[in-house]
Design a protein around this ligand. Sequence first.
Ligand SMILES: Nc1ncnc2c1ncn2[C@@H]1O[C@H](COP(=O)(O)OP(=O)(O)OP(=O)(O)O)[C@@H](O)[C@H]1O
Length: 558
Amino acid sequence: MSSEDDSVGFHGYERDALLDLKAGFKNSFLDNNWTSLMCYMNDTPYWYGVQCLNGQVTGLVLDNMGLTGEINVDALVNLTELVSLSFKNNSIAGNMMEFTHNHKLRNINISGNGFDGEIPSSVLNLNSLESLQLQDNNLSGSIPGFNQSTLKAFNVSYNNLSGTIPETKTLQSLSLSSYFGNENLCGPPTPTLCSTRNNLSDSDTVLVFADVIVLVIILFLFMIYYKKFKELKMKRNEEQENTIMDRAMDEGIPKRERGKPVFMENNGMTTFELDDLLKAPAKGLGKGNFGNCYKAMMEIGQVVVVKRVVRQVRAIADQKHPNLMPLLAYYYSEDEKFFLYKFASHGNLFDRLHGGRGTGDRVPFRWSSRLAVARGVGQALKHLHLNTRTRTTAAHGNLKSSNVLLYENDQILVSDYGLTSLIALPIAAQHMASFKCPEYLSHKLISKKSDVWSYGSLLLKLLTGRIPSHSAPPGTNGVDLCSWAYRAVREEWTAEIFDAEILAGKWPEIGQVLAEVEEIKVGGESEDEQYSYSSFDRSLTDDSLSATPSVVIGDDQR
Ligand SMILES: Nc1ncnc2c1ncn2[C@@H]1O[C@H](COP(=O)(O)OP(=O)(O)OP(=O)(O)O)[C@@H](O)[C@H]1O
């Protein structure tokens, strides 16, 4: 401040501030007007646009004067009594000036200029501010949080302001028109919603985006892993409840002697060690009369069926026919004996005939398919009974629908042949199909003809779709098929005796059926000899087998 400060009614520092301003404006009118005395006491000011009170500048109103140039941001610091400032409608550029020392300011109007930069935060300290008119400039940045209750007129329209309008009572109570023309302003009172993006820097946005992608990938991987884990678990539960070894322990079979399974030649099978088999995941297929049957999934990808037996014979392995289930390997030791068969994935004849009846899942079993089964089984029996190239001819002994297996490509495979000689008579008589024939029941006679009888009842079953009483599984009711069919033929119920499923397809000619039966019978007639267990037992003399015959043959069986 100059020494003139002390002189009453004149403040030289204010005059100097105005002269500096004038120098910046380069306005000829002001250059000529702002000369001599500025203001004195309460006299009318001598300078155009300057208002004074008690010799001090209280107002500066230079509207519509074509002012150009920039204003020094500190230009107003010495005008401490300033109440009104208006540079409306000029062409002033540069940043807005600071108002740090202008606490008495009530009205600021710099609208219609070229001010740029941000609104200085010093305006927030102007506690008497009533009107702030900043419209029609190039101001940028965000709006400071004006909260002065005195502020009633506020206009920042048509600038480049951006961001959320602060939620102060003062700013929110203003009309929408105060904010017009600022494309990037958002939030109330404008209708534009503020997105998160508006508040984030570009690098923040990239990071958030990357995080989201990583999260999605992790989630995706987790879902795949979980799905696979569930599938695997379900598969394991379903197929791998136990290994063959565990199952053996469950059945009370003691730890076996170590040995090697004996593989049949040319059976297309990759050989493996006993341990591999015993450790393979296994699924129970059923509890047969002579041991349990398991489906084992070998690590090398092969699926085999393991059938536990009491004793096994080489003769069974010798039997080779397209309709006989081939024996892949057998294992024999003191404590453990089993046969290994290939797995028939299409199930057995019993299930094909009776499974799913009355449900939507049932696939009709047509006559042509039944005929194919009848032929296949007949061929298998013919081979067993008559083939002289094997060491012995033998009866099947346990022909029934659960031992007729359906392999891929509609191949019919008869299994469980030759087991009769391995079973003690009382057990065989109780469980095996041949022992249900009339000759055995009345005269205790058993022969290959018993197989023919079993085959006959299998044919009747194929024709009628009924379960014969002699092979009805526990819990199912069977009918005496022979007497039922006899009665049906005698009383001429021809149509009724056929399974409705056959009738739904092509009507089978009974002559055709009989021709098929006759053809099979022809081979069997020549072999009239009755057989006993001893015919099988001869095969047990194979040196590789150390078991003693387990069948007790009584006189009444011959
Ligand atoms: N190689 C195989 N492929 C597919 N399923 C098989 C195989 N061998 C047997 N089965 C099935 O396993 C189950 C049990 O067979 P298993 O031979 O032990 O008993 P069964 O035929 O019911 O009675 P039995 O002991 O009097 O022969 C049956 O449903 C049978 O059809």
